[in-house]
Design a protein around this ligand. Structure first.
Ligand code: HEC
Length: 161
């Protein structure tokens, strides 16, 4: 009769540990990124190979450390790059910003995200700061493609002087 509560306590402890470990690995929402440096913008139209996932108008933003990274070619821990994807509205011979589709984030922490090149990947759905599109699927959803850019620390974009 004594083993049951012991087992229960052990399971409870395990559960708590797992939950804490997962929470600690989650990429934080990039609070204040609209005040960061604008790296570049791009419109991805129907017919482009990335249209299904990234169709629309996106802007890239870099925090202070990521800016150093763009200049040095190696990104220090604490670098954060944001991929702000909005829908592109074409009308009257102009392309303008529509509602936000997803906020993609790359967050550098060489130890925590060692399995994905030292970068944590996340996608916050629409305007939500809590609804996550990636969570533990970073390897298949994001890194599989970014891995091709190993020589530039897994980053595709470049800083235009
Ligand atoms: C099929 C390839 C592919 C996949 C999958 C992919 N990306 Fe990217 N990603 C790109 C390309 C190409 C760029 C460069 C876009 C540009 O130059 O504007 C990019 C740029 C970025 C950037 C800006 C930094 C950089 O590398 O230039 C972030 C942040 C980002 N992606 C996050 C993500 C996240 C989060 C995921 C997973 C949900 C993801 N990406 C999945 C191809 C991909």
């Amino acid at each position: 009769m004594r083993s049951l509560p012991t087992l229960f306590t052990a399971l409870l402890a395990m559960g708590t540990t797992t939950a804490t470990a997962v929470a600690a690995d989650l990429v934080p929402y990039p609070v204040g990124y609209r005040d960061w440096a604008h790296v570049k913008s791009m419109v991805i139209e129907p017919g482009h190979p990335l249209f299904d996932s990234f169709g629309g108008l996106h802007h890239l933003y870099a925090n202070e450390k990521a800016l150093q990274g763009y200049r040095a070619g190696r990104f220090p821990d604490g670098s954060v790059i944001v991929f702000d994807l909005l829908s592109a509205v074409s009308a009257d011979n102009a392309v303008t910003e529509g509602p936000r589709k997803v906020l993609g984030v790359m967050h550098k922490d060489a130890v925590r995200y060692a399995a994905t090149g030292g970068w944590g990947f996340e996608g916050f759905v629409g305007d939500s700061q809590t609804e996550r599109a990636v969570a533990d699927k970073a390897v298949t959803a994001c890194f599989g493609c970014h891995e091709a850019r190993k020589d530039s620390d897994y980053v595709f974009s470049a800083w235009r002087p």
